[in-house]
Design a protein around this ligand. Structure first.
Ligand code: SPV
Ligand code: MG
Length: 671
């Protein structure tokens, strides 16, 4: 698309203002001239090819275009006889330059706001700006509109007319039709009339739509009074407020472009989504909210940066009442639909406007997101994240994973609330029960550490979330130190070891099987050895107390908890196999009355009625869903196996199976 700026006129009605400068160089506040503003907006609209007609001020206009700093390509066409001709002649001089593309045509004294240009540019047919909000002007252009099309443009029409402004979008065919007729006029010596006289003779062969801009600014400046009015309106426009929300930790060209466009609507406030909100729907942010705020603070297009605490915009919209909210149009259809709906409702309440731009889906930018994910998978980053998440959320969730594919399910499952919120698991639990079960072995520390590490490795390879490892009893203190070092090196965040000794059996057997609890002193020794062995501050050793499982009583459980914290345990896990959560609640309450900081971990397999919110409010910091994926998967497998054996074919069970296509989609192409 080419822009044509008509600047051959002398602007005699402006008095002294146009004595030494062309009208287009009239200042309109904020360091802008009419010309520099037109060029800036055209540049923002992606118009790089600009044809400018000039007259007596040719040199000055060339210089002003060069100084606008927009980097557009200019072609200047000088009308040597501007006093004897009207712009119909200037347009004729540009004839060849205008025939090969669509054209945005505007008079050089026209000042308009950004949204006007956007709408004119976006029109699929030829169009001219009109306004239903303005009274019909006596002397200026009016457009005769019939059946939704402009029939004629001129100052003399009053019937079926609307106030019109000389800003057009012309398709290539319509431009050529108009130029042909202009050529006939000029060749016939008609060079003092409006180019619209020629246009009016050919509108019947075009679709020239009236583009109604209502009360948006789009005005010519002919007199000092016009100038006063337009600069006043521009001041209001520049002081409008615009709000955008960002979750990104990698600023790229598309963000900058969006911000620059937004800044054309007014003063931009960027809402930076809180760490918790980002982690809830996307991934853990690479930069903290404060660091992400810093990314925006120094951009010239941004006036103010604030935090947006939730995915919902409500809090900030009610606080700032921005005139505009700007967003990519992707949220019309994705999980953000309810958030968008809420934004629309709030804006409607006070007359704000939602401006949506086509979403830039660029593979270079998705590659950046891929790189961010790889960063999160690195051992140092992953290991530290459990502590960060606990600090950030107060209470985190971990879901059992025992293989690459279950790891991927924990990594990628996100549930979106109808209200727009989102939930995903924070971490993964590598359960001894599920790891052993997957290998067809009992949960008695039979699966050796090398094999357990192999499971961890399979999961590490395809995921980014932090890992909590079920270390069983931790073995001998002399062995445990090696386990700690290996886990830490791999990027595991926490090992949980239970205070049992001898042949360990799964806790959910309780006292039905012979199990022995370790002595406090010996277990403390193991914790101390582990803490001495670890190299980073991020790694956590959690002491798991089996007193309630083995029916040794609440007092014993609490005594052990404080003794293990004293020995250096970074967290305490309290376990129970009762359906009633009362004894766990009692433990948590008693522990918290003396220790408010040490993280508490629970595994609510039996007492599964308690919600995460309740755990959080009681002071629990990690909720582990220890075996649900395993328990969901194996019955389904047994049932498929039975069905095939029963029917001697696979057809009957097929409907309950995941289609191969979906299985393939579970596995991202690159990790
Ligand atoms: C596991 O998942 O292996 C555990 C938790 O240790 S429990 O099975 O409840 O003992
Ligand atoms: Mg276990």
């Amino acid at each position: 698309m080419i822009a044509l700026l008509l600047n051959s006129g002398t602007g005699s009605r402006m008095g002294d203002l146009t004595k030494t400068n062309p009208k287009c160089m009239t200042e309109i506040g904020n360091g802008e001239t009419i010309l520099s503003r037109q060029l800036k907006l055209l540049d923002a609209a992606g118009i790089t090819e600009v044809v400018v007609t000039t007259g007596d001020f040719d040199e000055k206009i060339r210089e002003a275009c060069a100084q606008a700093g927009t980097g557009q390509h200019f072609t200047f066409v000088r009308n040597p006889i501007p006093k004897e001709t009207n712009y119909i002649y200037s347009m004729h001089l540009c004839d060849e330059l205008l025939r090969g593309d669509e054209v945005l045509l505007m008079h050089g004294d026209l000042v308009f706001e950004w949204r006007v240009l956007e709408e004119v540019k976006a029109s699929s047919t030829s169009c001219m700006v009109v306004s239903s909000a303005l009274p019909l002007p006596e002397k200026d252009f009016k457009a005769v509109v019939r059946e939704g099309k402009i029939q004629a443009v001129g100052i003399e029409f009053f019937t079926d007319a609307m106030a019109a402004q000389p800003l057009y979008h012309l398709t290539q065919a319509d431009m050529n039709t108009w130029l042909d007729r202009i050529a006939t006029y000029v060749e016939g010596g008609q060079v003092r009339c409006y180019a619209e006289n020629a246009l009016n003779e050919v509108t019947s062969g075009m679709t020239l739509a009236p583009l109604d801009v209502g009360d948006m600014l789009c005005s010519e400046i002919d007199t000092p009074e016009d100038l006063r009015q337009v600069t006043g309106k521009l001041e209001t426009i520049r002081s409008r407020s615009v709000y955008l929300c960002f979750s990104t930790d990698v600023l790229h060209a598309a963000h900058i472009r969006l911000l620059e466009r937004a800044a054309l609507l007014g003063r931009v406030t960027v809402g930076v989504l809180s760490d918790e909100a980002v982690a809830s729907y996307k991934r853990f942010p690479l930069l903290t909210c404060e660091e992400r705020k810093e990314l925006f603070r120094h951009l010239s297009s941004v006036s103010c940066v604030v935090e947006q605490r939730t995915l919902s915009y409500r809090e900030n919209l009610e606080r700032f009442h921005p005139d505009f909210v700007v967003h990519g149009d992707n949220w019309k259809s994705d999980f953000q639909k309810p958030i968008r709906q809420e934004v629309l409702e709030i804006l409607e309440g006070y007359g704000g406007i939602l401006v949506e731009y086509p979403y830039a889906r660029d593979t270079r930018f998705s590659a950046l997101e891929g790189r961010a994910r790889s960063e999160l998978a690195l051992p140092d980053s992953r290991r530290a994240r459990l502590r960060q998440l606990i600090a950030m959320k107060g209470c985190v969730t971990a879901m059992e994973a025992h293989s690459g594919i279950t790891g991927l399910i924990v990594e990628n499952t996100v549930v979106h609330e109808p209200s727009g919120g989102a939930h995903q698991f924070d971490a993964m639990w590598i359960s001894s029960l599920c790891d052993s079960t997957a290998k067809g072995k009992p949960d008695i520390e039979l699966v050796d550490m090398s094999s357990r590490f192999r499971t961890i490795d399979d999961i590490l390879e395809v995921t980014t979330k932090p890992i909590i490892f079920d270390g069983d009893t931790g073995g001998l203190p002399e062995h445990f130190v090696y386990t700690v070092r290996s886990l830490e090196r791999m990027g595991v965040s926490m090992v949980i070891i239970e205070d049992k000794t001898g042949l360990k059996k799964n806790s959910l057997f309780g006292t039905e099987v012979q199990q022995t609890q370790d002595s406090i002193a010996h277990f403390q020794e193991k914790i101390r050895a582990g803490k001495r062995a670890q190299k980073t501050r991020d790694f956590m050793i959690c002491a798991r107390i089996e007193s309630l499982i083995l029916e040794a009583g609440m007092e014993d459980a609490l005594t052990r908890a404080f003794a293990f914290v004293e020995a250096g345990a970074d967290a305490i896990m309290i376990h129970s196999r009762k359906k009633d959560p009362t004894e766990i609640f009692t433990f948590v309450e008693s522990f918290r009355s003396r220790d408010r900081v040490t993280p508490l971990v629970v595994v609510p397999t039996s007492f599964n009625q308690v919600t995460e919110d309740e755990w959080r409010s009681r002071g629990v910091n990690v909720v582990i869903y220890a075996n649900q994926l395993t328990r969901a998967g194996f019955p389904a497998m047994q049932s498929a196996a039975r069905s095939i054996l029963t029917h001697h074919r696979a057809q009957e069970c097929d409907a309950s199976l995941m289609p191969i296509g979906e299985i393939i989609r579970l596995i991202p192409e690159e990790n």
